[in-house]
Design a protein around this ligand. Structure first.
Ligand code: NDP
Length: 433
């Protein structure tokens, strides 16, 4: 039991925190310098020696470069200003166990459009910088982000310990675990909700601009291919949907459950820009052509998968918001009124939806998420593993997440969750998992 706890709270977090930052660097380096060849990377590391090889790649950009800092600084400042200055209705997130209600300004759509418009204006139109700028400085950017965000997580750890923004703070006393999981659920700095900025406005918006820049680079080198075009279009569709319903994101596990530590903060500010963009990065140097008919079919399947995922998220939120007084796929919803006790000992109730998407499987939306990602990776035509790393990782992540959520809900709702499990036995896809 003690060994199990040590593993879970110290050994695994420490190993992952030591492995992931260099891995993000290697992915950026492999994508840009070795054209996505893991074989090339392995032979380089074999020749140099593993640690020396990693250091050789990482050390020139360990603290970033002037250009990388300028790019990141301008981008971060713009996004921070957008959160504060753009108009949007007040949105209240779900109440926490201690009774705290996070408040947001719902201006995600305006930020999305304005970010794309400004990038287009200053690069494509006014030519102040090349639209491929993020490709040209990619390794430096990931280097700078790695360093800054690791330090930022340390600042957040101490902030949670000594200046918490709300009572939803957990300090176990195990520094490694607290740094890894974070101490605060809703840290805020100068009125900015930290996770709103890091997860949504930084991570998701960086993903958007980076893949636009990668497409511009392919265009500059080879002319844009139909494969790059649909891969970009699907990802832009995915990200635009995210910002269209950004308020729904405030009700997901990332925000409601995960504290602001390495997993979430480093994950969204470094892992997302370095790894989620890798299918597009691969295509920069692999201008493969699909033909417009196959490309169109892949696009349609991907677009519907992403749409289904979003409709599913919205369906459960709508049923809760209307207290079940709404139609689900044209019929009254099948619901369970699940009772639970919060940390203050108060009796509460939540609706569990057991029809519509939530009647097909308990996390059917994860199937849409995975299929969408597969569709925007297919244009690499299985010519290497690099462009499929993301969808493989995503599948493992979501299978793990389903079980994590199952445990969380089982603890929270007890017999009501058992009842839901009986009604909806499949986890992600009926007949498969
Ligand atoms: P989910 O949207 O799956 O929400 C899980 C929560 O919903 C549960 O903890 C529970 O919360 C509530 N819930 C569970 N079952 C029901 C039900 N039957 N009816 C009503 N409410 C229910 O959370 P995620 O954060 O995992 O996913 C959010 C989105 O983000 C998804 O679209 C997912 O695909 C995407 N995602 C993307 C990732 C990526 O890296 N690309 C990674 C992870 C997620 P409560 O306590 O409120 O009852």
């Amino acid at each position: 039991m003690r060994i199990g706890a040590q593993l879970k709270h110290t050994v695994i977090p420490l190993s992952l925190m030591l492995l992931c930052p260099p891995f993000a660097m290697l992915m950026a380096y492999t994508g840009t310098q070795l054209h996505g060849s893991f074989a090339g990377l392995l032979s380089f590391l074999k020749e140099e020696g593993f640690l020396k090889g990693v250091w050789h790649i990482w050390s020139p950009v360990f603290f970033g470069t002037k250009s990388a800092w300028l790019i990141i600084g301008t981008f971060a400042l713009t996004q921070l200003l957008f959160i504060k200055l753009l108009r949007g209705p007040r949105n209240e997130g779900p109440e926490t166990a201690t009774g705290f209600i996070p408040v947001y300004k719902a201006n995600g759509r305006a930020s999305f459009f304005l970010t794309v418009a400004l990038y287009w204006l200053f690069s494509f139109k006014l030519k102040w910088f090349s639209p491929a700028i993020l490709y040209d400085h990619f390794v430096e950017i990931i280097g700078a982000l790695n360093f800054t965000v690791l330090v930022f997580c340390l600042v957040l750890y101490f902030k949670g310990r000594f200046f918490p923004s709300s009572n939803d703070t957990v300090v176990t006393g195990n520094f490694i675990y607290d740094y890894w999981r974070g101490t605060e659920l809703y840290p805020s700095v100068c009125g900015w909700n930290v996770k709103h900025f890091t997860n949504s406005r930084f991570g998701m918006m960086a993903w958007l601009l980076i893949i636009i820049s990668f497409a511009a680079k392919q265009d500059e080198l080879h002319g844009i291919t139909d494969g790059m075009f649909i891969s970009l279009a699907l990802q832009v569709w995915y990200i635009s949907q995210f910002f269209w319903w950004e308020t729904g994101y405030f009700r997901t596990m990332d925000i409601q459950h995960d504290r602001a530590g390495f997993i979430i903060i480093w994950g969204t500010m470094v892992w997302v820009p370095a790894i989620y963009t890798s299918p597009s990065l691969y295509l920069v140097h692999h201008p493969l052509t699909l033909g417009w008919v196959p490309a169109g079919i892949i696009f349609i399947i991907g677009a519907f998968s992403i749409l289904a995922k979003n409709l599913s998220n919205r369906q459960r939120l709508r049923v809760r918001e209307t207290n079940g007084n709404t139609a689900v796929w044209g019929k009254p919803p099948r619901i369970i009124r699940a009772k639970y006790v919060n940390s203050k000992g108060e009796q509460k109730e939540n609706i569990l939806l057991a029809s519509g998407y939530w009647g097909v499987a308990r996390h059917f939306h994860y199937a849409g998420e995975i299929l969408g990602a597969l569709c925007w990776s297919i244009p690499a035509l299985f010519s290497g593993f690099y462009p499929y790393f993301y969808v493989t990782y995503l599948t493992i992540l979501l299978v793990h997440r389903v079980n994590r959520d199952d445990r969380k809900c089982s603890l929270k709702y007890g017999i009501y969750w058992d009842e839901y499990r009986k009604l909806v036995p499949w986890k992600i896809l009926p007949g498969v998992y």
